[in-house]
Design a binder for this molecule. Sequence first.
Ligand SMILES: [Zn+2]
Length: 134
Amino acid sequence: MQRVKENDICRYCGGVIKLIPAKAVYGESARRLGMEGEFVYQCQNCNARVGCHKGTTRALGNVANEVLRLKRMEAHRVFDALWKSGRMTRTGAYRWLAGELHLRPERAHIGGFEMDQCQRVIELCEKWNNEEAA
Ligand SMILES: [Zn+2]
């Protein structure tokens, strides 16, 4: 997984990527999204973007266009529902996910995942839900 840095070239359009405050992207929604005071890397040409590890300027992965951003959000929703159900702790859920994806836990951040990894998260969660229900 490639982690984007400032002044990198956007993989979609060749634009320049800059580190900017999340507030500049999300405006008033930043607080609601828990992004206040956080940073994002954004392509200055096509707006592809990726968030950072909380409280840092370390990107979670590579920038995402709208299609990938929606996929990351979907994977996050499905995964969060798993531990929010109370059948797994949040920490336990991340450890389980990392194990299934053969990633070190500090690498298991859906906000930095690629399309295939997001799809895998969704499938793994569905499988887990079905097995639990059986
Ligand atoms: Zn771009």
